[in-house]
Design a protein around this ligand. Structure first.
Ligand code: PAF
Length: 285
């Protein structure tokens, strides 16, 4: 695996792979890699000849008062994990390399309306604009045939799919299923913020999704009833402060009152100071 920090080096290496006709995959990450990220990289390697992974904590997608400064970072450990997962090139740019004029001075920002506006978009204004902008830059730099994202960030997947459709980008977006700990907690780099007590409390998210799944499996199709099942479970946990529980269309992220096509039951819950998200993708109709 080669690790590069500049756009120039990245372009040269990807260009070399393209000239020999290799298919190119991109796995964008913010690092502090866990088994979920490794699954993305391994799947990318199984499906493509040449895999680029990026590690960049993107300041443009963090709001004032969010955790940009303290977001966990461990580049040495990440490089070992990426190499072991079959990555060919690890791109680890500085903020200055990605935003030479300063990210605050970016004049071209990518806004994906509609799909970005509810759920996390409502509580984190500017977040998806920051995501769509940095992912656009990475797509331009790497020009991947396929790009891999975790389904845990279901709204992010929907935003990127919409952007790719709207801009006729010849890249296939692959959403990889959520990877969970044995007890159900969805893997997230932010789980490191949880104390032991909060870690136990955080299990309420997967329990709530499980409850909702049981209701769906029993044939319930009304969004409000499915959401109520999850909310009832979340209410049992004193440390959980619910931000949203919503059944939404998987592509548009618009609320679903009566289930008809693929849908996502999406949750955002604060456990202490840590904001966690999780979701259930429901594709049977
Ligand atoms: O999901 C993430 O880690 C980030 O939002 C992404 C896609 C790498 C863009 O910064």
């Amino acid at each position: 695996m080669k690790q590069v920090t500049t756009v120039e080096e990245l372009r040269q290496l990807v260009g070399g792979a393209r000239r020999t006709g290799q298919s190119v995959a991109l796995v964008p990450t913010m690092g502090y890699l866990h088994a979920g990220h490794c699954t993305l990289m391994q799947q990318a390697k199984n499906e493509n000849a040449f895999v680029v992974a990026s590690i960049f904590v993107n300041p443009l997608q963090f709001g004032a008062g969010e955790d940009f400064a303290v977001y966990p970072r461990d580049l040495e450990r990440d490089a070992a994990a990426a190499a072991a997962s079959g990555v060919d090139v690890l791109f680890t740019p500085t903020v200055e390399e990605m935003y030479p004029q300063g990210y605050e001075n970016m004049k071209t920002l990518v806004t994906v309306s509609g799909v970005s506006e509810g759920l996390c978009g409502a509580s984190r204004p500017g977040h998806f604009q920051g995501v769509a902008t940095v992912v656009s830059k990475l797509f331009h730099l790497v020009q991947p045939d396929r790009a891999y994202f975790g389904q845990k960030d279901a709204q992010q997947v929907a935003v990127i799919r919409q952007m790719v459709r709207d801009l006729n980008w010849p890249v296939e977006i692959i959403a990889v299923p959520i990877v969970r700990e044995a007890d159900g907690l969805a893997l997230s780099s932010r789980n490191v913020y949880l104390s032991q007590e909060e870690r136990t409390a955080a299990l309420v998210l997967s329990r709530a999704l499980q409850k909702a799944k049981t209701v769906l499996q029993a044939g319930e199709r009304r969004g409000a009833v499915v959401e109520a099942a999850a909310k009832e479970e979340l209410a049992q946990e004193a440390l959980a402060a619910v931000e949203y529980v919503k059944l939404v269309d998987a592509a548009t992220m618009q609320p679903v009152s009566e289930l008809q096509g693929p849908a996502v039951l999406a949750l955002a819950v604060r456990i202490g100071k840590t904001r966690l998200i999780d979701n259930l993708l429901w594709e049977e109709c």
